[in-house]
Design a binder for this molecule. Structure first.
Ligand code: PPS
Length: 287
């Protein structure tokens, strides 16, 4: 089912119909979670694929086999995707991914309280990464110029909704859920510390050599070559790789190459208004 030009609206947010139907979105909202599940939550372009890869290695105790032979979407399937109901039940604990906002999953999560890992990224870099992705993904509306897209991002009218609402929602449930927070920037700065913190949160031992294996196989260079994550298996009519790469730059701070001074100021103002004092988990360089 291509549905490249179809948009679905769910919880007031627009979703690409190529990946989601009302049924698949509704199924996610009523998903029967188990306490042993691990749910990775991100706004798009925040380091989802990188964290999926790291979690795969933590669960395989550093063995690269699963990451090299199984596509990431089958290792940590997206709850809200069309294919979700068709996947085989995994043998071990279920690792899942979602881009959905907290209100859509609040009820389903409250019952079982699985482990939730939220990864956030500097919104300016998210906007840049998202813009380039929309240029190549034929199942997203044409993003127009970067300025136009960035304004829609600020207004929260892009697919998957407002970055600000997403993060505020997932910050609001700290006392209700078994949730922990990471940033894309932290993964860059202190990968070992992140692997330690993740292993402790998941209650898994850190086997000798695990960090070295993750450093080697989950680097931007390695993942760019891994066909199980670099999206090169997706047909060109859907993801046009002549217009860009999914594994694009993989750095923090690329926004400085895209933002005008007034646009940067508008982001700073909105960030302060929306998150202000709440942003203690996420210390980004916004200037
Ligand atoms: S998606 O479509 O929501 O699943 O995208 P997501 O995986 O969240 O984000 C894609 C961006 O993450 C970068 N990336 C990495 N950066 C550093 N190291 C590693 N290993 C890595 N893997 C993915 C990817 O390049 C996208 O960021 P940009 O800025 O566009 O390069």
């Amino acid at each position: 089912m291509a549905r490249l030009a179809v948009t679905e609206t769910f919880f007031g947010i627009q979703f690409p119909g190529h990946l989601h139907t009302q049924d698949s979105l509704q199924a996610a909202a009523s998903f029967p979670f188990r306490p042993s599940d691990v749910l990775l939550v991100t706004y798009p372009k925040s380091g989802t694929t990188w964290m999926q890869e790291i979690l795969t290695f933590i669960h395989s105790e550093g063995d690269p086999e699963p990451a090299k032979t199984i596509p990431n979407w089958a290792r940590l399937p997206w709850l809200e995707h069309l294919y979700m109901g068709t996947l085989m039940e995994p043998k071990g604990p279920r690792l899942l991914t979602t881009h959905l906002p907290y209100p859509a999953l609040e009820e389903a999560l409250a019952k079982a309280k699985p482990k939730v890992i939220y990864v956030a990224r500097n919104p300016k870099d998210v906007a840049v990464s998202y813009y380039h992705f929309c240029r190549m993904a034929n199942f997203f509306p044409d993003p127009g110029s970067f300025e136009e897209f960035a304004q829609k991002f600020l207004d929260g009218t892009v697919h998957y909704g407002s970055w600000f609402e997403h993060i505020k929602g997932w910050l609001s449930c700290q006392d209700e859920l078994n949730i922990t927070y990471f940033t894309y920037e932290e993964l860059h700065q202190d990968l070992e510390g992140c692997v330690e913190r993740l292993s402790a949160f998941l209650g898994l031992p850190m086997k000798p050599g695990l960090v070295e294996s993750i450093r080697m196989h989950c680097s931007f260079a390695s993942m760019s070559k891994n066909t199980m994550v670099n999206t090169t298996l997706i047909p060109k009519e859907i993801l046009d790789t002549s217009k860009g790469q999914f594994m694009r730059k993989g750095i923090a701070g690329d926004w400085k190459n895209h933002f005008s001074a007034p646009l940067s100021e508008r982001f700073n103002t909105k960030f302060q208004e929306e998150l202000g004092g709440q942003a203690k988990h996420f210390q980004w360089v916004m200037d």
